[in-house]
Design a protein around this ligand. Structure first.
Ligand SMILES: [Zn+2]
Ligand SMILES: [Zn+2]
Ligand SMILES: [Zn+2]
Length: 103
């Protein structure tokens, strides 16, 4: 299993000091089917997106914070669904908005 080789920037690893709290959100995730590989918000605005993330709570697909859209964050703010993953690759990268780090 390839470990996280995809991410161009793997900056937000939990610190080496061991103080990062464990993310309990990943324990509560259902199995979801990701939606279509597109950001509906960007489509409505006629924008391009850089990277797509999928909400692991409901399968909602939206663009990442890399671009100006940041619609996956918008989704989190509207729904409190805390964890997203990259849609494109079978990567183990997951991001928790509550803990603001990879989990
Ligand atoms: Zn968390
Ligand atoms: Zn978007
Ligand atoms: Zn969601």
């Amino acid at each position: 299993m390839a470990l996280d080789a995809q991410g161009a920037n793997t900056t937000d690893r939990a610190g080496l000091n061991g103080q990062a709290p464990r993310c309990e959100h990943i324990d509560q995730l259902p199995t979801v089917e990701p939606g279509l590989p597109e950001c509906k918000e960007c489509l409505a605005l006629g924008r391009a997106w850089a990277r797509l993330l999928v909400c692991l709570t409901c399968g909602w697909v939206a663009c990442s914070d890399d671009a100006r859209g940041g619609h996956s964050r918008t989704h989190y703010e509207e729904t409190d669904h805390p964890v997203v993953a990259t849609l494109a690759s079978p990567s183990t990268w997951r991001w928790c908005y509550v803990h603001r780090r990879t989990v």
